[in-house]
Design a protein around this ligand. Structure first.
Ligand code: GLS
Length: 829
């Protein structure tokens, strides 16, 4: 019978390969069919958006085909799989990325031209899938692309929020937030799986029972919500593999609340059921501070519980003995957010599968690994015990038991060192007794990853010092990376062609190490000409975008100087703005002959502030206030323009990065775990002006410090500088620019007062005053380099050539080999 099934499956594989044709005529026909039958418009009358929808559906068909093949193949081979749990995935747009990874971009472009449409115009119709805040979430998206491309048997699991990250609109220079109801026009990239659903339980009580002479705990939940799967195929590049990103949506449970119905309270019963959906309604828009909110905890448990039920079901399809679980399953916890999964695995194994505690714990410890993305202890989630006890009473008990055993083990190593024991405890005593989710992860995971070398050092020596002393072997460095498919091939096609032409191959798109081959041509005048043309065309596109959005006209001869990322005190956008004020002040005081020597600049800033983050919001306003003054000053003209790009997101980044000359990464050393924006700029041949923080340190090693502009206090100097506190005076120049803001030179004097206070009067936690003079020197060095365009272009080529290490392909290979123990599983067709 097995042979029969196998033959049938093989026949199906062969048939499926024959299903969809990718020549231009077939694609045209498919698109028109979708216009008529999916979008339900007449094929004689449809607009760009409808054309985009039809196009997306025809691409989706091709994705589904490969995705089926891949999953059949995985099922057949039954390899160990990696399950990547993340509360956030920032996918951005899917169309262009999909057709490129499927290898049918030219055919589609051709088909659309024949139909009288332009591929690029239709691609612009797509909105971003913004189910994440920033770096952490975009990293997860890049890693999914690499997992698919490298043929790893991987699944992503997350939440399908109905509202993604808020849209930022600017009114009079102030940020306002608008809801991002991104599913309004449907989402062609997902497949709703109504039949793949699991109940997720909350609240209730614990009862003890005796089963087979053994005392057992039974959780009697008080609420049940249904998790329904929405699958998002992720195609690899240069392979048939397409893996799955499964996002869960909350729906009312099928279990009826009989009481309400029989008492006739029909309307209220329905209204209450509907409340279930709120769990997956909205993404929390703050990436760093957690306030122990009930909804947040419910979101975490909701997606973790559904994912684990799905994973265990898949395991049980082929296996019956949990001893084999670690051979088939690796679970990756993306930051502390999904760490409740550790308690959930224990609950399932002990309460439902009736395993001994120690056996269950052995399994848990061999399947989980975690990556920490935070530097500051505030970034590590804590859940108040009262809250956890009410929402997940059984999990709280389990965590107490894990902690009890941990403490016993620690006593063996550290004796009566109670300070240390209390620091390492999963339970934090204090005004609000809480569970430290990071400590729970550290107690269980076999691997704890940092996201850059500097970051791992911080974890080892500061954040988790005690744990490192106990388990040094758990700590590993997995320097972040980004996918060159999205950040070069999709977003900078001209650069992509140049690289392929000069390397004589497209193989670098899968094997990024080859990109180093460009070094050989860094001085070649022909390459310089092509490189500069590419940059100019990209700048032109960006300039048009800027003019459309802000009505500011910018000169293409100016240096495009960019800082785009979340607005945060530690990322020091304020340092950038104060630097701009200094530049403005200098130009104002120059005579005409001095002005002729000024390198013209367009200073571009973009980023969202968390809605409740006052300081960040004031920084946005200050940026606009300065722009207003500078851009309208006839003394300045094209020498300086200041632009704030509203609603920064993945698609905006795809447009801005290829058109930038210089990018700024200004975090106070020791505060940026890694930073991934810098890697995207680097790949695009944009020079970096950066502090020696996060991954910038490793970038300097790869391209040579002489090819970037490094400045500022070093990680190990920062604590001592802070100690000096009030005695540490910034430069005169710094005092002057801050005074200009204080005195109302840019208006809004009262409003900016508290912002100025953060960097003066003994405050200045992020050392803006201390770093200011050296920041200006680095900026001056960038100006001098820009004047020598041959030198600049060479540095730019060397940046791209040295970016190979920062591909997420390298990161994923390291995870696969060092943390997860998985092998590629390539679809044969
Ligand atoms: C972050 C860090 O702040 C970034 O430095 C890092 O690059 C990113 C991915 O590892 O993770 N942590 C976080 O909470 N948001 C981030 O962007």
């Amino acid at each position: 019978e097995f042979g029969d099934r196998k033959a049938k499956a093989e026949k199906m594989f062969r048939l499926m390969d024959g299903f969809l044709k990718n020549d231009s005529i077939s694609l045209q026909k498919d698109i028109l069919d979708h216009v008529e039958f999916t979008v339900a418009r007449s094929r004689f009358n449809f607009d760009d958006f409808e054309a985009y929808q039809a196009l997306a559906h025809s691409v989706r068909d091709r994705l589904i085909e490969r995705w089926h093949d891949t999953h059949l193949h995985f099922k057949k081979k039954d390899p160990k799989r990696i399950y990547f749990l993340s509360l956030e995935f920032l996918m951005g747009r899917s169309l262009t990325n999909s057709v490129i990874n499927l290898g049918i971009q030219d055919q589609y472009a051709d088909a659309l031209t024949q139909l009288g449409f332009d591929f690029e115009v239709l691609a612009e119709q797509e909105g971003d899938a913004a189910l994440g805040n920033g770096g952490l979430a975009r990293l997860a998206a890049c890693q999914m692309d690499s997992l698919a491309t490298l043929d790893y048997p991987a699944w992503g699991y997350g939440l399908r929020y109905q509202y993604g990250l808020f849209r930022q609109i600017i009114v009079d220079g102030f940020q306002h937030e608008q809801p991002d109801f991104w599913l309004n026009f449907g989402n062609p990239w997902e497949i709703e799986r109504v039949h793949v659903s699991y109940p997720v339980k909350f609240y209730g009580t614990i009862e003890e029972e005796v089963l087979n002479g053994k005392k057992c705990k039974i959780w009697i939940p008080g609420e049940s919500v249904e998790a329904v799967a929405y699958d998002n195929p992720i195609p690899g590049y240069g392979t048939r593999n397409a893996i799955n990103l499964r996002l869960w949506a909350a729906k009312p449970s099928d279990q009826y609340d009989m009481e309400s119905y029989t008492t006739g309270d029909y309307i209220n019963a329905i209204v209450n059921r509907q409340k279930a959906e709120t769990i997956s309604n909205v993404l929390y828009p703050d990436d760093r501070s957690y306030q122990g909110k009930e909804l947040r905890l419910k979101q975490q448990y909701f997606f973790v519980s559904a994912s684990l039920q799905d994973i265990i079901r898949r395991f049980k399809d082929l296996h019956s003995n949990f001893d084999e679980f670690p051979d088939k399953v690796a679970l990756q916890i993306n930051d502390t957010h999904p760490s409740i999964s550790i308690a959930e695995v224990m609950r399932v194994l002990v309460d439902e599968e009736n395993l001994d505690w120690s056996k269950a714990w052995g399994i848990a410890c061999s399947i989980f690994s975690v990556t920490i993305h935070a530097v500051q202890p505030e970034g590590l989630e804590k859940i108040p015990v009262d809250l956890l006890g009410s929402v997940l009473p059984r999990h709280l008990e389990i965590i107490y038991e894990i902690n009890h055993r941990l403490m016993e083990e620690l006593k063996k190593s550290f004796g009566q060192d109670y300070d240390r024991l209390s620091r390492m405890s999963i339970v934090e005593e204090g005004a609000v007794k809480s569970i430290r989710m990071a400590n729970l992860s550290l107690a269980c995971c076999h691997t704890v990853n940092g996201v850059s070398r500097v970051h791992l050092e911080t974890l080892k020596t500061r954040v988790f010092k005690d744990f490192y002393e106990l388990w040094p072997q758990k700590f590993q460095c997995k320097t972040n990376g980004v996918t060159q498919r999205r950040w070069i091939v999709v977003s900078n096609p001209s650069l992509c062609s140049i690289i392929s032409k000069w390397l004589g191959t497209e193989a670098w798109i899968r094997n990024i190490d080859l990109i180093a081959g460009l070094r050989e041509y860094a001085k070649d005048p022909d390459l310089h000409t092509e490189w500069k043309n590419m940059k100019r065309v990209n700048k032109m596109r960006l300039a048009e975008y800027i003019e459309t959005l802000t009505s500011v006209k910018v000169s293409l001869d100016a240096m495009f100087d960019v800082q785009i990322k979340r607005i945060h005190a530690y990322k020091r956008q304020l340092l950038n703005i104060l630097g701009i004020i200094h530049r403005y002040d200098c130009i104002k005081n120059m005579d005409e002959s001095d002005k002729r020597r000024v390198v013209p600049r367009v200073c571009i800033i973009g980023g969202k502030a968390a809605p409740g983050y006052e300081v960040a919001k004031k920084i946005i306003k200050l940026c606009h206030a300065v722009a207003d003054k500078v851009n309208n000053d006839p003394d300045v003209g094209d020498l300086l323009k200041v632009v704030f790009i509203p609603d920064y997101n993945v698609s905006v980044a795809e447009l801005v990065i290829p058109g930038s000359d210089l990018s700024q990464h200004l975090s106070t050393a020791g505060h940026e775990a890694s930073g991934t924006g810098c890697m995207k700029f680097l790949m695009n041949g944009c020079l970096l002006l950066a502090t020696a923080d996060g991954s910038a340190v490793e970038i300097a090693e790869e391209i040579g410090a002489a090819n970037m502009f490094l400045f500022g206090a070093k990680v190990d100097e920062v604590p001592a500088l802070r100690e000096k506190g009030t005695t540490l005076k910034g430069s005169l120049q710094f005092a002057r620019v801050v005074r200009m803001v204080r005195d109302g030179y840019f208006g809004f004097k009262d409003y900016f007062k508290s912002l100025c206070d953060t960097v003066e009067d003994g405050g200045d936690f992020y050392l803006l005053g201390y770093d200011f003079a050296r920041y200006l020197e680095a900026q001056a060095a960038a100006d001098r380099a820009f004047v020598d365009q041959v030198k600049w272009t060479q540095m730019s080529i060397l940046s791209t050539a040295g970016s190979g290490k920062f591909s997420s392909d390298r990161t994923i290979e390291e995870y696969a080999q060092q943390s997860w123990g998985i092998e590629p599983c390539k679809c044969p067709f």
